[in-house]
Design a binder for this molecule. Structure first.
Ligand SMILES: C[S@@+](CC[C@H](N)C(=O)[O-])C[C@H]1O[C@@H](n2cnc3c(N)ncnc32)[C@H](O)[C@@H]1O
Length: 287
């Protein structure tokens, strides 16, 4: 098992390399990816005047949604490890048009508290399972919340509940360079929170109360554009950095390989219906 320091370095390298793909697909991710965080948004019920932190905010779409919900006097802070995604978020949502919105580049595991703390609530969409040391990251989150503050996060369940994710990677893999190492045991990765008992252990160790982990099934709806959908899913997944490095002919082969495996989720004339199983993870801080 690699050390936490090695896993953190691997995480930073992966997200730095994956960032250009996420930036390219940011608008599609905001629209098509919305169901990935909808249950957490609903549970959180952000209120006017609140201060909310968005952990692993990517290119900022969910942070902007939170800022709109807490306007006019509240504030939403988006935090992400990838500095280029934070820069992209700042360009997409400039302060002159989006008040009460701020972005910070930081590793949630290694800051003591997030600048701007204490927050009333923390939102996090599909990020906590990617942390090298999730107890450290969730402890920072707990320390950054006020007493009685609330956390609402989502994380993928297993690969069986999210079959399009391995399909895009496996379809592309034979045509592009080497992929990151497959996670072993508790190592970070899309399915590292598949076991709800582990999620509960992590949040308990981080000092949270009233922990609840509920299964939610949603469908991501993408347009009937095989090539574009294949590229979106490749670039946002574990094969993204290798895909971007590959020559154009290999990229085209990777897209058709992924499109072939994704075809079972395609309804001609309607588009792609991608079944997605995630946990809605909620908790509060003591006091
Ligand atoms: C799967 S993406 C989700 C992005 C966004 N929440 C969404 O749903 O579109 C995970 C995000 O978490 C960020 N991330 C990974 N490890 C992190 C860490 N230790 N601290 C802060 N952000 C991290 C990545 O850079 C990436 O933007």
């Amino acid at each position: 098992m690699p050390s936490t320091a090695d896993l953190r370095a691997r995480n930073l390298e992966f997200w730095t390399q994956a960032a250009p793909g996420w930036i390219r697909h940011a608008d599609r991710q905001d629209v098509t990816g919305r169901p990935l965080g909808a249950a957490a948004m609903d549970w959180l019920r952000p209120r006017s005047g609140e201060r909310i932190l968005d952990v692993g905010c990517g290119c900022g779409g969910t942070t902007a949604e939170l800022a709109a919900a807490v306007a006019p006097d509240g504030q939403a802070v988006g935090l992400d490890l990838a500095a280029s995604m934070v820069t992209a978020a700042q360009h997409r949502f400039p302060p002159r048009r989006h008040t009460g919105l701020r972005f910070v580049a930081a590793d949630i595991e290694t800051v003591d508290v997030v600048p701007g703390a204490p927050f009333d609530a923390v939102f996090s969409r599909m990020t906590l399972m990617l942390l090298a040391d999730p107890i450290a990251g969730c402890t920072t989150i707990r320390r950054s919340l006020r007493g009685g503050g609330r956390l609402a996060a989502t994380a993928f369940r297993g690969g069986g509940a999210n079959p399009w994710l391995p399909a895009a990677m496996l379809g592309a893999a034979p045509h592009i360079g080497s992929l990151p190492p497959l996670p072993v045991g508790d190592e970070p990765g899309p399915f590292a929170f598949a076991d709800p008992a582990r999620v509960k252990r992590v949040l308990t160790a981080a000092g949270f109360d009233e922990i609840s982990i509920q299964a939610h099934d949603v469908t991501l709806r993408a347009p009937d554009e095989a090539d574009a959908v294949a590229e979106w899913l490749i670039e946002l997944g574990p094969a993204g950095p290798a895909y971007r490095e590959a020559p154009p002919r290999a990229q085209a082969a990777a897209r058709s390989g992924a499109a072939r495996l994704l075809d079972r989720f395609r309804e001609p004339g309607t588009g792609y219906l991608l079944p997605t199983g995630h946990w809605l993870i909620t908790a509060t801080t003591p006091g």
